[in-house]
Design a protein around this ligand. Structure first.
Ligand code: FPP
Length: 234
């Protein structure tokens, strides 16, 4: 099901879902309401990506820096995630969506770990959209973890190509398109190695308002870009 005039679909789209708190504040609501609406927007984006045939969708749900938020907010975000996984697991399987979590898993609370590992296992044979949720993730931590693996193995012959094998998901191609909502123009420690040649798209729209129409706008912007990967156009 391809929307009209969309002829170039990125293989991998990564999204920094930003602006939940501001969305709630604008309405005089507590921040957690923004996250609740944000989870609905995430579901819309996941279904849309799966419908139009995007192969990989990576969503930044929780960074290692997000632990510094009030405990109540942190607990709420994790509760939302667990609810989402438990409520939508059958829908993910029906849509043939393969779900994986990207980040440092060892420091996650036990119940979260059990839930995400169960969902990963259940969807591991799915061959449709690869949905990657970045949780307790930081790009610098991922690079440091890769270096630690290399040092521990005593590997001296390291190149750009084989360095990739030590990242969390070596099989996942680099994102073609990064979307960030809410008007912030930053990478915020997301996929630092992988974003080297990614097309960047920033929109003022706050994450809870990001719907299929906004996703399409980003895809049209992407298809108008000329990607040269450091080369010149002949
Ligand atoms: C950024 O908004 C959002 C987050 C840190 C949390 C995102 C998490 C979800 C939407 C949970 C659901 C995810 C899935 C995959 C179902 P912000 O709080 O930084 O907003 P602000 O910058 O306006 O304060």
């Amino acid at each position: 099901m391809k929307p009209e005039n969309l002829y170039k679909i990125p293989k991998h789209v990564a999204i920094i879902m930003d602006g939940n708190g501001r969305w709630a504040k604008k309405r005089g609501l507590p921040r957690v309401f923004g996250h609740k609406e944000g989870a609905k927007a995430a579901e819309k984006a996941i279904n849309f990506a799966s419908d139009i045939g995007i192969e990989y969708l990576t969503l930044f749900a929780f960074s290692t820096e997000n632990w510094a938020r009030p405990e109540e907010e942190v607990n709420f975000i994790f509760k939302l995630l667990v609810e989402y996984i438990n409520d939508k697991l059958s829908s993910l399987l029906e849509r043939n969506i393969n779900l994986r979590f990207l980040g440092r898993k060892d420091s996650l609370p036990e119940n979260i770990l059990l839930t995400i590992e169960h969902a990963e296992k259940e969807t591991s044979k799915c061959t449709g959209l690869n949905l990657i949720v970045a949780l307790n993730y930081s790009g610098r931590a991922e690079i440091v973890d890769a270096v630690k693996k290399i040092v521990n193995k005593g590997i001296l012959d390291i190149s750009e190509e084989n360095f990739r094998n030590f990242l969390y998901f070596p099989d996942v191609p680099d994102p073609d398109l990064l979307i960030r909502t809410s008007g912030e123009i930053r990478i915020s420690n997301f996929l630092l190695w992988q974003l080297a040649y990614t097309e960047l798209y920033f929109t003022e729209v706050l994450w809870p308002d990001f719907d299929e129409r906004e996703f399409l706008k980003a895809l049209y912007a992407f298809q108008s870009r000329e990607r040269r990967f450091g080369r010149i156009k002949l």
